[in-house]
Design a binder for this molecule. Sequence first.
Ligand SMILES: N[C@@H](CC(=O)c1ccccc1NC=O)C(=O)O
Length: 391
Amino acid sequence: MASVSGTELEADTGAWASVPWTPVTDRDDCNTIIGWRKANIPYLPAGTALSLQTLDVWIPASTTVAAPDASILPCPPNGSAGKWIIYIHGGAWRDPAIDASSFSAAATKLLHFQHTSTNTPITTNNNRKSTGCIAGLASLNYRLSPHPSHPSDDPSRQATHPEHISDVLSALSFLQQHLFHPNNNNNNMDDMILAGHSCGATLAFQAVMAPSRWGLPSPPSPPRLFTRSRVRAIVGLNGLYDLAGVVHSDSTSTPAWLREAYAEFTRGAFGDDEDVWRAVCPATAQGWVPEWLRGNQEGEDGAAGDAGGDDGDGQQPEAKAAEKVVVLVQSRQDSLVPYDQLEKLRGYLLAAAGQGGRLRVEELHAGGEHDDIWREGGRMAEILWQVVAGL
Ligand SMILES: N[C@@H](CC(=O)c1ccccc1NC=O)C(=O)O
């Protein structure tokens, strides 16, 4: 297990080794092991993680059918530098019924694609041959806000902003520090794709903004050494991007119960100050895109050793960094999130990209109700596979 100088930065590596790898089998062929999974791994230092401060990890199966030792770290397929896909679930910052396991259907499908392509090269949309491009998959839990319909004493369900994004950043730090270890042959600098559903999409975009926006302490506690320039792409699925917009949505087109739900979960997560709502949302927060494109600034959020240093000095990052990609997906049959959320963020990003940024914005199609995309998983997996293969 990788160790980080400064013992207080140590995550619970004992917990990692104590969780066994369990086999993931193909949906259509339960005799074929296509990957391995560890569930509920704490991403904070030993003994400090609450029940929702955990993540799940999946890795593609190699040719052996024996379970990997629990202490082993993910290794990219065929020794190549694969990408990581990291999923952030939705549920309006509060729904206790939606957690990291909601990525399971899509994860299984992605492992199936990986398994198949390892034997049969696929041609990507830019005409490259690609075999095996997923190094690993992760799905994050994070503390939730209280839900009036599901009262609970659980300390991990009493959160308010910025605790949700703080947990997401801690989880991403854990992945970068402990699973993307350089000796693990996976230290390429733009190896992460963040995908989020609904409020998880909001969190995915917040993750590439400077954490000083959230007033998180510096040096942070718990430690956050997340190098956000390593996020190559963000995929937003049925995402919330302008909370003030939905809370004040038109009463002729939006039913009263839904407007009440928007107001209730927004106030529950972010309080009553509408300026805060605007400051936390990717379609309304001012000037955040350069924070992603430029990457961490020296000294910011403990980023002095911005691993590899391609952009940690803030001096000449544009020359070296690969183009960033945003893929926006919004079902027109979604009865909870209106299509104009996507349109607002698309407009915002295109305006920002026009200012000399290296940002590509794409819109992909998906149908069905709000939660169908993760429940069914197939379309989400296709979209993510296409994004990874096209990078
Ligand atoms: N099931 C949720 C509702 C929910 O998830 C939601 C409702 C409207 C618009 C977006 C939603 N979720 C976003 O993460 C709840 O219990 O509050």
